[in-house]
Design a protein around this ligand. Structure first.
Ligand code: URA
Length: 239
């Protein structure tokens, strides 16, 4: 049994606060009866109508952590028929990727049917920490990394604060390995940030999403998140 407002929010219909408003306003029916009490508990068998429309609350919540390999798109279906991340996990639940990784980017990707958690983790105001390891062409100068930390203009808008440090620099092969921590999730953000300071990203891996890493998973492997991990993710975005 879960609180009604949580069930509405986790279906992805709206935020928990908005769900509370809808309940108080008498817009929510459970098994045909208008419910205005906020603490009311329901389960997956109850029929919930919001504004007269049935809520998709019938499916148990599932959370996968995938070590995304290269050469796979982060969409449910690809118009060019390329392999998608959906082919790497069981297909009995209608889960969706939380945010996106490029075709050639590897590393941490969460997939879930918990719409509320997806909204919270991807909302820019929640500043979820994402750690990337980028192999960059050339020898990156310290002062350039400072520019990344202070913000650079991409797509006409300045990026928010970031953390960057050099992990390795190889003069012979002329490349640098940089760890970049960002708190937004704009399109191709890391590649564009390096482009803005004059460098090309050759390889990109998302090493961490919040506290989650895929260090124990081989490329293409997945595992389920534990209840504790899901709770921790919620607590990271509801501080
Ligand atoms: N930034 C990028 O440029 N690509 C990704 O896949 C993720 C972040």
């Amino acid at each position: 049994m879960e609180r009604l407002q949580k069930v509405i929010a986790s279906s992805g219909y709206c935020s928990r606060r908005k769900a509370e408003e809808l309940i108080v306003e008498g817009k929510v029916k459970v098994n045909g009866k208008v419910i205005t009490e906020l603490g009311t508990k329901v389960d997956y068998n109850d029929t919930v109508l919001v504004n007269g429309k049935p809520l998709n609350n019938k499916e148990e919540k599932t959370y996968y952590l995938l070590n995304k390999p290269r050469g796979v798109v982060t969409t449910v279906k690809d118009e060019k028929d390329r392999k998608t991340v959906m082919e790497l996990i069981p297909n009995d639940k209608r889960v969706y990727p939380v945010g996106r990784l490029d075709y050639d980017t590897t590393g941490v990707l969460i997939l879930t049917n918990d719409g509320e958690l997806t909204n919270l983790l991807t909302h820019p105001k929640n500043h979820v920490e994402k750690t990337y390891i980028a192999k960059v062409e050339g020898l990156v100068m310290k002062q350039d990394l400072e520019k990344l930390c202070n913000g650079v203009i991409i797509d006409g808008k300045k990026t928010s604060r970031a953390k960057a440090r050099i992990k390795k620099m190889d003069k012979k092969t002329n490349h640098t390995i940089v760890e970049l921590v960002i708190y937004e999730g704009r399109n191709h953000q890391v590649k564009k940030m390096f482009e803005a300071i004059g460098y090309k990203v050759l390889k990109l891996k998302r090493e961490k999403f919040s506290f989650l890493s895929v260090s124990n998973l081989k490329s293409g492997e997945y595992r389920l998140l534990s209840v504790k991990e899901v709770k921790k993710l919620y607590s990271e975005v509801q501080k």
